[in-house]
Design a protein around this ligand. Sequence first.
Ligand code: AMP
Ligand code: ZN
Length: 141
Amino acid sequence: MKRDADCIFCKIVAGEIPSQKVFETDTVFAFLDIAPVKPGHTLVIPKEHFATLLEMDAALAGPMHEAVQKIAAAAMEATGAKGFNLQVNTHKVAGQLVPHVHYHIIPRHEDDGLSLWAQSPYDSDAAMQEVADKMRATITK
Ligand code: AMP
Ligand code: ZN
């Protein structure tokens, strides 16, 4: 299993840095975020070190997803939340500070003051078409 000697989340998995662990399997580890957006904010990580979602072994997607389902239900139950957001910040520009892939589970309540990103339509259908064409040409099977 790959490990990065300088990685804070690898150290948490190894028990070298304390955490409020809420769930663990042979491949997945989950613990409370130390600076939560809301109480119950949980980080789900593969035990193996992958810098971002793009490098993560796709075979781990199933175990990660199963963990999210269990932990999100538990976080809602524990905090009385009515829903949650699942977020994976990828690369610095998207707000990723820790380079060990992690899924944020953020419990949500009515009128909790959080908002999602602002959206707006494309300038034209052609502009939308152009982006879709470029993506279709790039995506590999
Ligand atoms: P991101 O900005 O997506 O990389 O998120 C990194 C998250 O890790 C932040 O929400 C931090 O609050 C959280 N974090 C950093 N160090 C620790 C730690 N030692 N224990 C728990 N959470 C941490
Ligand atoms: Zn790591």
